[in-house]
Design a protein around this ligand. Structure first.
Ligand code: FE2
Ligand code: FE2
Length: 285
């Protein structure tokens, strides 16, 4: 059966047809905002072409987490008030929710559990970036936090059939769940996540977060800090019991990645202790 699964996943990856889709407007907006010569009017026009996207963006701009106090009633105002990067984060939130907010059965995550996990990682990672004075990384780690486990949406079906084998490998070979996934299925959820982001035409920074969030040591140098922040936020969120599912306790915190973030042991404990508060914020979004 394992050979069949490996073959099947190889087909899915090479044809890309069965990987989840999101609207093309998302990659257009991400790439526009990443362009230092971006014209904010052009971004507003791009968003305005999609009525339901516009409605959902305005709803989120006025939610407890994003609101700056005054009610926002137009995309133009939203961009001026929150800034382009925050609007881009909101676009990703709104559009990826359809893909990510469903039960991930192979990993033993009920509907909504994975979404709460993603948002908690996103909010915590953004807080860490701000705390270490790397505001420039805030949007990458927030968006990266939302989508870091996207590969699980595809892999879940196969994990459901091989869970016992994967657990056996974690115990017999004393490896983490991510290595055991690869051992048993030929791919782990980072590999599949990377393929999904290639299909979605997302930028290299986000591909790095998705592809290396359990193995930050393999990340390209230029994205190492962002990947490390999401890695630490993810493990802390799991340790606090948010979205642990079947695999949650079989992932490890990488000490070099912690060092790269500059976060002290005392701060790690502080972040751990505020997870319940962050979960509350996540649920308000
Ligand atoms: Fe993961
Ligand atoms: Fe995760």
């Amino acid at each position: 059966m394992q050979e069949q699964i490996k073959q099947r996943l190889e087909n899915i990856i090479s044809t890309m047809t069965q990987l989840p889709s999101i609207p093309d407007v998302v990659s257009r907006i991400i790439n526009m905002v990443n362009d230092p010569n971006v014209d904010f009017k052009a971004v507003a026009e791009e968003i305005a072409k999609d009525q339901s996207l516009t409605t959902n963006i305005l709803k989120l701009c006025n939610s407890a987490y994003f609101s700056k106090g005054k009610e926002i009633v137009s995309v133009d105002r939203a961009i001026v008030t929150l800034g382009l990067k925050e609007i881009k984060d909101i676009v990703v939130l709104v559009t990826c929710r359809n893909v990510l907010d469903k039960p991930i059965l192979g990993y033993d995550l009920a509907a909504g559990e994975m979404w709460t996990h993603n948002l908690t990682v996103a909010i915590l990672a953004k807080k860490m970036a701000m705390d270490i004075k790397r505001k420039d990384l805030a949007d990458i780690v927030f968006t990266g936090g939302i989508i870091h486990d996207v590969g699980k949406t595809v892999l879940a079906l196969y994990v459901a059939n091989t869970f016992k084998d994967i657990m056996k490998v974690t115990q017999e070979k004393a490896v983490t769940f991510i290595d055991a996934e690869k051992d048993v299925m030929g791919f782990n959820h980072q590999d599949i996540g990377l393929k999904i982001l290639e299909k979605w035409k997302f930028p290299d920074s986000l591909k790095a977060v998705v592809a290396y969030h359990h193995n930050p040591e393999n990340s390209p140098k230029e994205f190492y800090k962002a990947v490390s922040i999401v890695h630490v936020a993810n493990i802390i969120t799991l340790m606090a019991g948010v979205g642990i599912g079947g695999d949650g306790l079989y992932h490890a915190l990488n000490p070099d990645a912690v060092k790269e973030t500059g976060i002290s042991d005392a701060d790690l404990e502080k972040y751990y202790s505020i997870v319940p508060e962050i979960v509350k914020q996540a649920k308000q979004i």
